[in-house]
Design a protein around this ligand. Structure first.
Ligand code: MN
Length: 237
């Protein structure tokens, strides 16, 4: 039986290009998340953001959870006042926090990507840097737009963990974030950072929690080495 992967949806795309339906709210998933899991023989399921009381039932029905990229986690979740640079969806925050809580209680593995790595850290008691360009002096560029989504543009230095096992001491990755981990939550271990000190990966292998700040799902089709991360995650389920 293929392992089932529940991928939490996004909510920021509320318009379609057709003007007749452009005011209808839609759920959305970036296709790459399902594509990579299909490609490696797992069975992806797309879970819509919904009421928090449904989260545990969704988690019950899959073998593992993927927390995907997207907008910023509202700083009230870690006791701060929002900076003007933020874009938030507190409904998605509430649903994902409930999903994380259920997955931890049921001891199901979580792969957390970009925003996913940020909200998982917050759920476990950590904090975030709200805006790298205005809050981190001498930071390198972490938002490579308009360069292609798949293209690796910055090097991460790898300390240990899953990333070290798969990639050795350095890896060039893509980067599309203006926020980052500030204080890592208790129980989590940093696995990678860029030269400016921004955390690019962490994990808790005992609870099978794996997080990266970059987007391997955008790169796997053109840079096959990024499939390894997903294969290893599925192998641990
Ligand atoms: Mn980065």
């Amino acid at each position: 039986m293929a392992k089932t992967i529940g991928i939490i949806g996004q909510t920021q795309y509320k318009t379609l290009p057709d003007a007749r339906v452009s005011d209808i709210e839609i759920d959305a998933w970036r296709a790459a998340y399902a594509q990579v899991f299909s490609e490696i023989g797992a069975l992806p399921f797309l879970i819509p953001v919904g009421p928090a009381h449904l989260a545990a039932s969704y988690v019950e029905n899959v073998d593992a959870i993927v927390l995907a990229g997207g907008q910023d986690v509202h700083p009230s979740a870690y006791g701060q006042t929002p900076q003007p640079t933020g874009v938030y969806d507190t409904r998605r925050d509430a649903f994902e926090l409930a999903v994380i809580s259920a997955a931890l209680a049921m001891e199901k593995p979580i792969l957390a990507i970009c925003r996913g790595s940020q909200i998982l850290n917050v759920a476990l008691g950590g904090t975030l840097i709200q805006d790298i360009p205005t809050q981190v002096p001498n930071a390198i560029s972490h938002d490579q737009k308009p360069q292609a989504w798949d293209k690796p543009t910055h090097v991460i230095d790898i300390d240990g963990g899953l990333l070290r096992k798969l990639y050795g001491t350095t890896l060039k990755t893509n980067s599309f974030h203006h926020q980052a981990i500030a204080q890592l939550a208790p129980g989590l271990t940093k696995t990678a950072q860029t030269v400016d000190g921004i955390i690019e990966g962490y994990e808790d292998p005992r609870r099978r929690l794996f997080a990266v700040q970059f987007h391997p799902e955008f790169s796997f089709a053109t840079y096959p080495e990024f499939s390894a991360l997903f294969k290893d995650f599925v192998a641990q389920i």
